[in-house]
Write a protein that binds this ligand. Structure first.
Ligand SMILES: NC(=O)c1ccc[n+]([C@@H]2O[C@H](COP(=O)([O-])OP(=O)(O)OC[C@H]3O[C@@H](n4cnc5c(N)ncnc54)[C@H](OP(=O)(O)O)[C@@H]3O)[C@@H](O)[C@H]2O)c1
Length: 417
């Protein structure tokens, strides 16, 4: 992708129209800039959110306008964005705190080298460079590589950096949000299924489908948490789910019911979970410890993570995959020594690199479940992105992405771009 962008993307300082517009005398320019989607030379106008230094999204994100040449290499395709979520990891990338740091480049002609954030999204193929790929106009594709840069209206990409998706009976939002959160839940549950029943010291074993074993998770209202509830239920597991209280008891109950509708067996609030009463409640759920909780999922950290660890049975595994509370995970040594609990981390990007084929199968599997009505979308707050959408609106939507107690995940939905 890097090479073809260098060859084909031409910055427009004004964002007005085609390159030749710059030659027109200023007095003859229309007062209000009129956008032509395609100039006489077939250039496509595009916009991308970019940052040139790390910081808070509201401080460092800019909306950059550029144009894309119609002549692209035969192995490449021209893409139009349909939808792209705003995930916590994307915001951490802008802040400079994420585990991978995409390089700052001048590929789309920004004044300073920049990065276009956005790890996940779905695009429609507008045109192909030739016969060098098996993609066709109208196909839907998602990135095959991490840090693709999806917060943009258009892109040119090598076909081998893309995965074609069967779009039948799917919405752009469903496809745009499949490859990070549902895949994280899927991979964790498959790789670190409950280990109740194995002899101490034998390590982790894969999930036993249909076993009815318990797992426990905090951040259960997150995209990953909701996916884990649903996949766990489909695969014959039972789940205990920790959520934060809402403003009112009614709102908390509504959230509880929502997660139960998805398949959650038990939903507890964080304050119930951190209270002295939790030990008794847990004993009741696990029939005085006869049912072991074999797996813990932690995306919060701090006290909540410690309480997840304390809830686990002997030989269990606790997987930390996020740190929403920005607090370290601290563990009583007895859990390591006497219960032999395994504490591991999980990063989907690393797993994707190791098993690209497994990733494709997993995505197809999840999309199949969505099509079959067996897996429900995460609630979203759509952020409409049209050609005229102001930079500030897009920037603010990103900034709000890390604030808690939201009605849904922010997703850019591209309209008339
Ligand atoms: N390791 C990986 O490969 C991987 C992959 C995907 C995601 N993740 C991580 O998983 C986590 C969830 O991501 P997502 O996209 O699923 O999230 P999301 O849908 O954007 O939702 C964020 C969740 O975090 C919760 N939260 C925010 N601040 C919190 C705090 N201080 N204490 C407790 N909970 C808090 C929110 O709870 P409320 O509902 O109460 O607001 C909400 O449920 C993030 O940390 C993300 O980076 C990791």
């Amino acid at each position: 992708m890097a090479t073809c962008q260098r060859l084909n993307l031409r910055p427009l300082a004004t964002g007005l129209t085609r390159p030749s517009a710059r030659l027109v005398a200023a007095s003859r320019l229309p007062v209000a800039p009129v956008r032509r989607k395609s100039g006489p030379y077939g250039y496509t106008q595009a916009k991308a959110l970019v940052f040139s230094k790390y910081g808070e999204p509201s401080d460092v994100l800019n909306l950059h306008t550029h144009s894309i040449s119609p002549s692209i290499p035969s192995s490449s395709v021209l893409l139009r964005s349909l939808a792209a979520p705003i995930n916590p990891a994307d915001i951490n990338t802008v802040q400079g705190t994420y585990g991978s740091k995409p390089p700052f480049t001048s590929l789309i002609g920004t004044a300073e080298p920049s990065v276009t954030p956005g790890n996940e999204g779905v695009f429609e193929v507008l045109s192909t460079g030739g016969s060098g790929s098996d993609l066709n106009k109208g196909d839907w594709v998602i990135p095959a590589v991490a840090q693709f840069g999806t917060w943009r209206t258009h892109a040119v990409a090598d076909a081998d950096k893309l995965i074609k998706v069967n779009k039948e009976n799917l919405t752009p939002i469903q496809v745009a949000t499949v490859s990070v959160n549902p895949c994280t839940a899927y991979r964790i549950l498959r790789s670190y299924g409950p280990s109740a029943g194995i002899k101490a010291g034998m390590g982790m074993r894969p999930l036993e489908v249909g076993s009815g074993e318990w797992f426990i998770q905090n951040g259960a209202n997150s995209g990953v948490g909701r996916a884990a509830i649903q996949l766990g239920r489909l695969w014959g597991l039972r789940s205990i789910n920790v959520v934060r209280e809402r403003d009112t008891p009614e709102a908390t109950d509504a959230l509880r019911r929502e997660l139960q509708d998805l398949g959650a067996d038990v939903v507890v609030t964080e304050s119930e979970f951190l209270s002295r009463g939790w030990r008794d409640q847990l004993a009741e759920i696990t029939r005085q410890g006869r049912d072991k909780i074999g797996l813990g999922l932690n995306c919060v950290g701090g006290k909540s993570a410690t309480a997840v660890a304390r809830s686990l049975g002997d030989d269990a595994t606790m997987v930390t995959y996020g740190g929403m509370a920005k607090q370290p995970v601290s563990l009583p040594v007895g859990l390591l020594i006497f219960k032999d609990i395994r504490f591991v981390g999980f990063w989907l990007s690393r797993w994707n690199e190791k098993d690209a084929t497994g990733r494709r199968h997993m995505i197809e599997d999840i999309l199949g479940l969505i099509r079959a009505g067996k897996f429900r979308d995460v609630p979203v707050e759509e952020v409409k992105w049209d050609w005229e959408t102001e930079e500030a609106a897009l920037r603010n939507a990103v900034q709000e992405g890390l604030s808690g107690f939201r009605k849904g995940k922010g997703v850019f939905v591209f309209g008339d771009t």
